[in-house]
Design a protein around this ligand. Sequence first.
Ligand code: NAD
Ligand code: UDP
Length: 344
Amino acid sequence: MFRTKRILVTGGAGFLGSFLCDSLIADGHEVICLDNFHTGSRLNVHHLCDEPRFEIMRHDVTMPIHAEVDEIFNLACPASPVHYQTDPVQTVKTNVHGAINVLDLARRLKARVFQASTSEVYGNPLVHPQVESYAGNVNPIGHRACYDEGKRCAETLFFDFHRQYGLEIRVARIFNTYGPRMLPDDGRVVSNFIVQALRGDPLSIYGDGRQTRSFCFVDDLVRGFRALMDAPESVPMPINLGNPSEFTIRQLADLVIQMTGSRSIISHHPLPRDDPAQRRPDITRARQHLDWQPMIGLTEGLRRTIDYFEDRLSQGAPMRRIPARALPDASHRPQPVHANGGLA
Ligand code: NAD
Ligand code: UDP
């Protein structure tokens, strides 16, 4: 029988969090969207604000959280390398202190709690495709470590709270996901390429473009989140969620140019340090235990994402060019790409 739940979504005003809020509200639940608006935006949830079952709480997960809820989804954390490397110490705190605060709350409430973990826990993987039993190849002192090790420590905390206190946990390892509501200056590859192509700017490939990623459309991922949260305790964890179709970054650039009809050229920039050479999820576990697999291929997902950015950019938002300093420099450290001119 359906029961309305009161659900806390940390990072609820972000790209993935806002679609998760939509999905929970559409199913009749009450949602508290907690966010400090670091990379999220009120605009992402603006359409929910007249909904009496929806509430926004401005808060930082590094501080203790007070709320009365039945379930918690913990998504708070910048996900783009550009953003999580801007203040790496804060990124570690968000992951580790944030996890502790969320888990303490869940323990007090005896609430089921979901962690948005990441394929980055596999680092630069030596096993391909990545299966959940693979322990990874992470550089603990590199530029990505604040995120990778932060997320690994958060997983440790989730499993220790489960073993020590019997907390009901759900841990998803998310692979590269894209879609509408990404910020034009997010810095991740899909939004960068689409914005660049629509403006006729060169598409910035880091390195030779032979590195691979497997891109999942946001609707598929959110369906996976919901299936995992509602799955019985016996589901093995953690669980990979992503689209196993693998592409080189060069293939992605060519597809975006073709689909936008852009006259953009390709420009090459240094590869950021520790950039994983290949990434593809093994989703056997999700298929078997959640009956979940992605339904939306890259072309369809890109079509919907391009339409979104075309709309946003045609609404008269300033279209500043991506400054040269925004691309990886000799220090190989990605810098923010300020392309939205206030769009967010
Ligand atoms: P996003 O940057 O759009 O969303 C993150 C949200 O968390 C933002 O709204 C931001 O303001 C908020 N936030 C950041 N620090 C916070 C803090 N200290 N306190 C409260 N709120 C805070 O990124 P996203 O793509 O929506 O990612 C959501 C989650 O999923 C993240 O935890 C990310 O690590 C994880 N993830 C995403 C992907 C992906 O491809 N999108 C892949 C792997 C993991
Ligand atoms: N990338 C790129 N151009 C860009 C942004 C990213 O070539 O403008 C590359 C990046 O070096 C990486 C891949 O695209 O190899 C995916 O990068 P993203 O930041 O989207 O996610 P990651 O998987 O690295 O966290």
